[in-house]
Design a protein around this ligand. Sequence first.
Ligand code: SF4
Length: 289
Amino acid sequence: MHFGKRRQTLPPSMWRYLRPAYTQEKDFLALRVDTRKHQIRTYYRALFRTWGPQHWWPAQSRFEVIVGAYLTQNTAWTNVEKALANLRAARLLSVRGIRRASLAELERLIRPAGYFRQKARRLKVFVAFLDHRYEGSLAKLLARPTQKLREELLNLHGIGPETADSILLYAGNHPAFVVDAYTRRIFLRHEILPEKSAYEEIRELFERALAPLAQSVDDSGRTGNRRLAAGFAGAAHPPSAMSTAKRTPLAQVYNEMHGLIVGVGKNFCRKSQARCDECPLQKFLPRSN
Ligand code: SF4
């Protein structure tokens, strides 16, 4: 089987038949990567057409995004909201506030988010790092080049790749795609990701796949929200200071895709029970499922 010079894309179910036709392993792998990228772009367009802008991240300041990114580790967003509301009510949802709060006070306020002792210490470590390296200035920290900033964040206690990329993308508007458990589950079930893909591998695949869409981001933003009969539009939030902040088209596409994926994972692609019949991605399910 020969596809000519221009690479074509194929449904996942066709791969087993194709492999013998590719004597060059690298050609086979390149074709497969191109197909996955094409699928990712197709999913983005389908979800965006269905739900429109998701307005992520729901926060009024960059620091609120960072606190939310720490607090959301291993817990549901509804619990994070309660902890954020406590910090806000105590007027401690700021760099200054976390700096001056005692550890015990912080633990008490963020208790609803779970792992509160660990998370309180991590927030203190973040502010100490900010003070020590950037004179307490978030603007200086977030102005660092993307890769350098990512490395610095990853070196901090309590920050893994998902939290680092959430801070980069949603607090700093850096072009970094956030890979979460929903991303893995949905794209594994659709046979686009292999079972044991590394975080960095997935991030790179999505970033490359979505980059061409950045050119059309201005037009796509006009399609507006369409609510489903069930009354929700994915994981959309009301517009906030951070969701409407200025960012590059590339950062906007990464921002939007993560929100759309959360919409699918939260409402349809659940761990124990996938509601495929109502899911906007149902038409893309591989035949084997
Ligand atoms: S719910 Fe079904 S159709 Fe939707 S993403 Fe999950 S596996 Fe795919």
